[in-house]
Design a protein around this ligand. Sequence first.
Ligand SMILES: C[S@@+](CC[C@H](N)C(=O)[O-])C[C@H]1O[C@@H](n2cnc3c(N)ncnc32)[C@H](O)[C@@H]1O
Length: 307
Amino acid sequence: MSSVHSLPVARPFLKWVGGKSQLLGQFAELFPPALRADWRGRYFEPFLGGGALLFEFLERFRPATAFASDLNRDLVLCYQMIRDDLDSILAELRPLAEAYLEGDRTTRDGLFYAVREDFNRAEAGGNDSAHRARRASQLLFLNKTCFNGLYRVNRRGAFNTPSGAWKQNRPLICDEQNLRAVSAALRNVRLECAAYDWIEAQVGAGDFVYFDPPYRPLSPTSSFKSYTAGGFDDEQQRQLAACFARLAERGAMVMLSNSDPLSVDPADSFFDELYSGFRIHRVQASRMVNAKASGRGRISEIVVTNW
Ligand SMILES: C[S@@+](CC[C@H](N)C(=O)[O-])C[C@H]1O[C@@H](n2cnc3c(N)ncnc32)[C@H](O)[C@@H]1O
């Protein structure tokens, strides 16, 4: 059996809106010195999504325990199944990927919509392990073959992104090597489907918490609110800021990222006011926005820290 160390470094296995891979280099410059010494704390990431920082953190700092969670049930199921029963996922995913790659555009579209329909028809919460493996492999397949790799659900929670990867010649649908690395990396990670505030009962002094909530929309037209059937409005951003302050008060290291409203509206100091007691850093994102005030261009994102 291969050990964690003989495997390649685990990378995010899903493309997810708000993914932080492109910002990791800038985040690393902000990490507090306490992490670099003989840190013995635990890592918490309660808005997991694609988990870019989780994988980076596990590799760099090797916390003995990490807690990762998200409100999206299917997303968490996918992580759990990759950790606990990857072979069953691969048994479902390999033939799907092969059929897709061999097909022409019509076949690919047909397969995509058949899998999407089955995914939306099935009960997400079934406890049967074959059902869970099937569902996780379907999510992986849909994520790699849908338009722009964008996970989006409608009000009823149904996945509704259209087919898209037929544009690529050979999309990498079943990246077995990375999935094995991810499975090993997640071995000591506790994975929960829960609203972010469940971690309040767990976090203590010396722990590290990273909050990456849904972006606050920068303009009425840029609002992407569909990771889950519910949204994340300004009132929830305020409640999250209060939670941030409580954990900081306890002596945890707390870090939060979000969109930067000042990028597009010099009068919108929402986060500057909300986190005025903490340090607000600005990092450059390659995300493009099209807001009347600024035209089209690169924008910054905020990173709030309590150190
Ligand atoms: C910006 S994304 C996280 C992106 C992630 N850091 C990455 O690198 O891909 C926000 C995530 O928060 C989840 N979410 C939304 N509302 C939530 C809540 N109240 N509690 C926990 N998670 C929530 C969404 O399902 C989504 O996966």
